[in-house]
Design a protein around this ligand. Sequence first.
Ligand code: BEZ
Ligand code: FE
Length: 298
Amino acid sequence: MTAYSDTEIPVGGLFEEERSAEIVNARISEQANPRLREVMEVLTRHLHAAIKEIEPTHDEWLQGIDFLTRTGQMCSDWRQEYILLSDVLGVTMLVDAINHRRPKGATPNTILGPFYVADAPRYEHGASICLDGKGEPTLVSGRVLDTNGHPIAGATLDVWQTNDDGFYDVQQKGVQPDYNLRGLFTSDAEGYYAFRTVKPRHYPIPSDGTVGNLLGDLGRHPHRAAHMHFIVTAPGFEQVITHIFTPDCPYLHEDTVFGVKKELIAQFVHQTDVSTARRYDLQVPFLAVNWDFVLTPA
Ligand code: BEZ
Ligand code: FE
């Protein structure tokens, strides 16, 4: 004899191990936002499946809750530990890949990262963004094109990178000049752009928090492959958030946030061309990168 009559059994039934996800999902109201419903149904199914596969002890489950709690407590206006977690788990790159499937030949996206600053100074063609005088001078130049190879005039290239010590200006306020190694450039009537910078170096992502500890516990290093960041925008075209990677970085094939794509690995070539050196106020030999950005229609 059971204490419940059939009419009292809740929607989906009483909790059972075998049907656990189904029972939880049956509680979602028909009136719930359909997208929220879909997201929560899928997450609940996969979370219950993971728990059934892992079979955590109570202590292990509480350790997991504690990790998430401490991750939240690390977050502030300038530190987003959950995005960092998404980055090192490859989820940031996966969401980006799903949302930016581009035709062959178009410049692919990669990770934005936390060190973008929206109000970098705008510079003339060929200017230097290196304000601390450290590092190997490098000329980066090329064109902004559409997928038919036609130039895009008036495109904005927003560029930023670490200094030669492996830090962004915003990580070293008062040590580096403000806006060191960041700036905005505009493509000319033939789509050409050029700027001077220094060869980027690999650097560790912020690793003094829960994500850094997790990487350590997993025997993973925190290093990003050496890169320059770009956001390229032009009216009528899809914005590209991307990088240029150096080809000789020891972390090229093991970027901790999975940001490297083979289409984004550039050649950094030593140049001895005196007229180019004179034009851009460089000394020979200097490093040069020739790089075109190819945008798709919006
Ligand atoms: C970056 O490239 O700036 C970056 C990306 C992901 C996490 C941390 C830093
Ligand atoms: Fe970066």
